[in-house]
Design a binder for this molecule. Structure first.
Ligand SMILES: [Zn+2]
Length: 516
């Protein structure tokens, strides 16, 4: 038998009673057991890490985030913590003071629903805070931006012949003047702003990947509907250079289903998985076209993921999946995955239909923690928001994602929220939907691995060595303690990619990850 590359020993091995050590070879878990029994696997080149009683867990899998958006938000000015207009303006003012006049100031993370003032900033306020720079302040949900006068001017939005893309809304003040808030034209704006250089993109990706690793994330799925060949190419480069250290899965937009056979070889060679197709706004799709697109995606071996936060969307999704399923053979039906993203609102009657169609719910328990204050003001709906227990009891398969940058990619926060259903401010949201810590952990480990089609999420021989070390067993902790639990070590494909207290871990480029 091959000698191990890495042996972690003398700790608690999560889910493996009686074992205190794990041996890793070629990126995979080779064995677990008592350290004495694994010693034959230790050779002269084996690296040993002493757990000293700490807990070795499967690494977290984030089933839904937006990597590039999150990396760029992390590189800009964050106003996520601001809860009043004054705090927001102060933050923007001090960021502007550090930005050369004339250069764009990019900020992220304002949401009027979470502000005590229950409104966003006015154009006049933004102009006062940021006078010498064009400003784009992105909404926390990534669906809108606030622009100051300099930005509106540079973009030509006040010209009488200004043309905005279809579906976009430019909000006006009562006087008819632009308010600075523009909705549904995010891609248009991104394309108009100065381009980010490849080197800057790589630096951002490297920083953000490290941030994910620090939260214990060893694999993620990028669920950006805009993804096509160019974006897949960017992921391939970032993974190949080692800028992204996580196991990376990428969804593509429905317009690119036909390109998948061409994209797949290069992606798989780099260890990037083409995860599926992301469908948005399906309530606006023509039903025949939607059913056709689902059928084509499934036939090409792609999973189908549907953004769903409203009832009309959910209704259209269920109808379309039911129709698409009717055209498949029983064998084909066994291996497909259709998934509802967010499942923000699932009213009575829908869970049984979701169950009957074998659909997964990729939920966001972190929304309860980070955005719960918003839901607390919608008492009529609270019982149907981000449901967990009632869906699980029906047998609906569930996993979870952060939707970063909409909420921070911190699985331990989301796990705590799934257990206690408390927002950061202390609002309790539908206590009947609380789940046990072990089930909340599964949303980011075992179940997440099944949904992501990775041999991971468990400590088991033959599974990927995607692991984390925690100072305490999460099963023994209260939600508040889970939120404060640091991650000591993160291992992806047998390589240590993060160690708490050590600034940066050298990365060998070009060494591709084992692929599940
Ligand atoms: Zn999303």
């Amino acid at each position: 038998m091959d000698k191990a590359d890495l042996v972690l020993h003398s700790g608690t091995i999560f889910g493996c009673r009686g074992s205190d050590s794990v041996a890793i070879a070629n990126g995979w878990i080779a064995a677990h057991g008592r350290f004495d029994d694994l010693k034959p696997l230790v050779g002269p080149r084996t690296h040993l890490i002493r757990l000293a009683g700490r807990v070795l867990m499967p690494g977290f899998i984030d089933c839904h985030l937006h990597f590039m958006e999150a990396a760029s938000a992390a590189a800009g000015v964050s106003v996520e913590r601001c809860r009043t207009i004054d705090e927001l303006l102060n933050q923007l003012r001090s960021a502007a003071a550090k930005t050369a006049p004339g250069n764009w100031l990019r900020a992220f993370g304002c949401d009027e629903a979470l502000m005590h003032d229950r409104r966003g900033p006015t154009r006049e306020e933004l102009d006062r805070a940021v006078a010498k720079n064009p400003l784009r302040l992105r909404h926390q949900t990534l669906h809108a931006s606030w622009l100051n006068s300099r930005a509106l001017n540079l973009l030509g939005l006040e010209n009488s012949e200004a043309r905005v893309p279809g579906g976009a809304t430019v909000i006006r003040e009562p006087s008819g003047r632009l308010s600075g808030l523009v909705v549904g034209m995010e891609e248009w704006l991104t394309n108009k702003l100065p381009r980010v250089t490849a080197a800057e993109l790589e630096a951002r990706a490297r920083n953000y990947s490290r941030e994910l690793a620090a939260s214990g994330i060893t694999a993620f799925t990028d669920a950006t509907v805009r993804n096509g060949p160019a974006e897949v190419g960017a992921f391939i480069r970032l993974v190949a250079t080692g800028a992204i250290s996580q196991q990376t899965s990428v969804m593509i937009g429905p317009g690119h289903i036909g390109a998948v056979d061409e994209l797949r070889p290069a992606a798989e060679a780099a260890g990037v998985r083409l995860a599926g197709v992301k469908f948005m706004d399906v309530a606006r799709w023509e039903m025949t076209r939607l059913v056709g697109a689902i059928g084509e995606a499934l036939a090409r071996g792609l999973d189908c993921a549907f953004h769903s936060t409203e009832v009309e969307e959910l209704e259209a999704i269920l109808k379309a999946i039911a129709a698409a399923r009717e055209r498949l053979s029983p064998e084909a039906l066994e291996n497909i995955i259709c998934r509802i993203e967010h499942g923000g609102l699932i009213p009575p009657g829908y869970p049984a239909r979701i169950r009957a169609l074998g659909i997964w719910v990729a939920s966001n328990p972190g929304f309860l923690y980070y955005r719960g204050a918003k839901y607390a003001s919608e008492p009529g709906l609270v019982n149907y928001l981000y449901r967990a227990r009632s869906l699980a009891e029906l047998g609906i398969p569930m996993a979870a994602g952060s939707d970063a940058p909409v909420t921070p990619a911190k699985p331990l926060h989301a796990i705590a929220a799934a257990v206690c259903r408390l927002s950061a401010e202390g609002y309790e949201l539908a206590a009947t939907e609380k789940i046990l810590t072990k089930d909340a952990l599964a949303l980011f480990t075992t179940s997440a691995a099944l949904l992501s089609r990775l041999s991971a999420g468990e400590i088991r021989p033959g599974y990927l060595a995607n692991l984390i070390v925690l100072p305490a067993n999460p099963l023994a902790l209260k939600p508040a303690e889970l939120i404060n639990l640091p991650v000591d070590l993160t291992i992806v494909g047998g390589r240590v990619v993060f160690e708490r207290g050590r600034p940066v871990i050298a990365h060998s480029a070009g060494e591709s990850l084992p692929f599940a």
